[in-house]
Design a binder for this molecule. Structure first.
Ligand code: IPE
Ligand code: IPE
Ligand code: MG
Length: 228
């Protein structure tokens, strides 16, 4: 099976799944968080090197405060429950997005996980938190400006200053719950990614469904603008 190096997932549909179960939205977020563990373990088992998960967008602040608060408590829940297992599987945790405006307790727990897993080598699990693709590009441009060199900006300047500079471009992007949009996820990094949309809600997107998606990736023909 052809395994993409870098998989990115828009974990969407927690709310709709909860609604389907007759439960509050937080129920969906809770089980969605458990599912992060399942998919991370499976991606690592298959040999994926980088898994980037969209956990909270720069637009998600528009949600009711109560929901935002609950979402901000999930990193702690995830890390308390699964850090040990991620260590055993040699998975490194990282983040992209602006952590400076998150609650201090959320940042603290993320930082702990980043520190503890920093030498792990098998796969990097990147949480995109308070992340926006446009913001990412703007930050990259600002870094170039701050370097003080007055000149035209090249693609390479963006590539080396974008949040995922140390990782390969995204090969495969999955969005659950059948909305056909990027919602401001990795705009720069997705330019040649293969896209995959499934009607499955995130909490029920299990390892088997992930495998089916990866199989589909293997059937895609990537041409990058060239010929076969
Ligand atoms: C994804 O599920 C989780 C986040 C955006 C944080 P949603 O909360 O967007 O669920 P739906 O799309 O309303 O079903
Ligand atoms: C995208 O989902 C963000 C995350 C999954 C974190 P949303 O549910 O926020 O996106 P829209 O509102 O459908 O575009
Ligand atoms: Mg959604």
């Amino acid at each position: 099976m052809l395994i993409p190096n870098h998989v990115a997932i828009i974990m969407d549909g927690n709310g709709r799944w909860a609604q389907k179960m007759g439960k509050p939205r937080s129920y969906g977020h809770y089980f969605g968080t458990d599912n992060v563990r399942n998919i991370a373990i499976e991606a690592n088992r298959l040999g994926v090197k980088v898994l980037t998960l969209y956990a909270f967008s720069t637009e998600n602040w528009k949600r009711p405060q109560e929901e935002v608060n609950y979402l901000m408590s999930l990193p702690a829940l995830f890390i308390d429950k699964f850090l040990k297992e991620l260590m055993e599987k040699d998975i490194r945790i990282s983040t992209i997005g602006d952590l400076s405006t998150l609650p201090a307790s959320t940042v603290k727990v993320l930082q702990k996980a980043i520190d503890e897993t920093k030498d792990n080598k098998s796969m990097t699990l990147i949480f995109a938190i308070n992340y926006g693709g446009r913001d990412d590009i703007v930050q990259a441009v600002n870094k170039v400006i701050k370097s003080g060199e007055v000149r035209e900006i090249s693609e390479k300047d963006i590539n080396v200053n974008i949040s995922t500079a140390q990782y390969p471009d995204v090969d495969f992007m999955i969005r659950t719950s059948l909305d056909y949009r990027l919602s401001n996820f990795l705009l720069w990094q997705l330019s040649y990614a293969e896209l995959y949309f499934t009607d499955c809600y995130w909490p029920e997107f299990d390892a088997e469904r992930f495998d089916l998606a990866i199989e589909e990736y293997g059937r895609r023909q990537r041409r990058f603008g060239g010929l076969k």
